[in-house]
Design a protein. Structure first.
Length: 407
């Protein structure tokens, strides 16, 4: 499981990334096939798409040879669980388009599974900004998007198949999601992209970083390709201006009316003087320790809110989960609540309906902890009892009828 920026970038160090690549130039890291095995798989893609009611014509999109397919052509009118009319993707229609070569885009997936969330947490935990993720599923020889740039940094994680990315030399100067940077004609992009810088073939386990505004396009070079594009939105200088706009509410100089401008030299002079005064006051506010404290807090907390729930621990029914957030390991349900190891002479044993299991003293302590919970994973047990062979103990307790695999 990806648990840090270092794990995501390995074998490149975060220090090298910050020095040489962040907001400077692209980076392609060749990984092992299993590096992102916990992030997403074909099985999980299908499972997510089967969650019919979380998808709409806005959250699930189809693109055929660079042309967006209208939702009406792959959705049917349905009623949501709260009784509202919605356009809901229809599996037969979607798969019909897929058979023709349409690419599938699953938007805003960064918190839908522990694996997807782990990469977002690694990016946000490193202070890079808010991380939002889309899944892109494409097929050989069918290009979904023409040359373009994004208004955020892109971290592409390849999980299935292969895809060639054309990385161009051109870069837009720090574009933002504003109408001034949207709707530009394709001819303008094709001219601004410049010469081809390199072609990167992404394979499972590979990572590609593209700074905001960098021109690129991609094409699947295997029968099927799946990658997750994590868009990371960093806090901007414009955000600081917004913070100042809240602060100046309490400064009477900014609440006073501007001098009347009647076109005269005196009127122009008075307006210029007031503008200079207000600019000077803004400069002073920018150095105010209280303003800087608010700014520092804003930047350090710049991430999306993702709840970390442990409801039984909140009620005091069970100990807090010991495993790292985002573990996707299989869970085991405790079938005999209240069972616990007991001392029998020099040995520790756990009594079951089928007899007794002899355990070591370390295993006895671990079994006491896990049998007091409603369920447990191997990762949680390993974190709580590092000296114990967690899979072995869980296997023996399961064979004895104390545990059972849980969803």
């Amino acid at each position: 499981m990806i648990d840090s920026l270092a794990a995501l970038l390995a074998p490149i160090t975060p220090e090298r990334f910050f020095t040489e690549h962040l907001d400077r130039q692209p980076l392609h890291i060749r990984g092992t096939p299993g590096k992102f095995a916990d992030v997403l798989s074909w099985r999980q893609v299908n499972r997510l798409l089967d969650m019919t009611h979380i998808w709409s014509g806005a959250s699930l999109k189809l693109v055929m040879d660079s042309q967006a397919i209208p939702p009406e052509q792959f959705c049917t009118r349905a009623t949501s669980r709260d009784g509202a009319p919605v356009l809901q993707p229809d599996a037969k229609l979607v798969q019909g388009w897929i058979a023709k070569g349409a690419s599938v885009v699953m938007n805003d997936v960064d918190s839908l599974t522990p694996g997807l969330a782990s990469v977002s947490s690694a990016l946000e935990g490193a202070g890079l900004g808010k991380s939002q993720a889309n899944v892109y599923i494409s097929w050989q020889s069918h290009k979904a998007f023409r040359t373009h740039y994004d208004t955020h940094d892109v971290w592409a994680v390849q999980v299935e198949g292969e895809k060639d990315w054309n990385i161009w030399e051109g870069r837009a100067d720090h574009p933002i999601p504003h109408p001034a940077f949207r709707g530009q004609p394709q001819a303008q992009h094709d001219q601004a992209r410049g010469k081809l810088r390199e072609v990167v073939r992404m394979r499972p386990g590979d990572l590609l970083y593209l700074p905001r505004g960098w021109y690129h396009d991609a094409l699947a070079e295997a029968p099927a390709s799946v990658h997750i594009a994590y868009g990371v939105h960093a806090p901007l200088g414009m955000d600081f201006v917004n913070l100042l706009s809240e602060r100046i509410l309490y400064d009477p100089e900014f609440r006073k009316p501007l001098p009347r401008h009647d076109g005269s030299v005196a009127g122009k002079f008075a307006l210029t003087q007031r503008a200079g005064l207000l600019g000077q006051r803004l400069a002073e506010l920018s150095r105010d320790p209280k303003v800087m404290e608010v700014l520092a807090q804003f930047v350090s907390n710049y991430s999306y809110a993702r709840g970390v729930y442990d409801m039984l621990a909140a009620r005091g029914i069970a100990a807090p989960t010991a495993a790292a957030q985002g573990s996707d390991a299989p869970a085991f349900r405790i079938l005999v609540p209240g069972a616990k190891p007991v001392r029998r002479g020099a040995e520790w044993v756990v009594k079951t309906a089928q007899g007794s299991i002899v355990v070591s003293s370390a295993e006895a302590e671990a079994a006491t902890w896990l049998l007091a919970r409603p369920d447990v994973t191997a990762a949680e047990l390993a974190a709580a009892a590092p000296a114990v062979d967690a899979p072995s103990l869980l296997g023996r307790l399961t064979a004895a009828g104390l545990l059972a695999p849980a969803a």
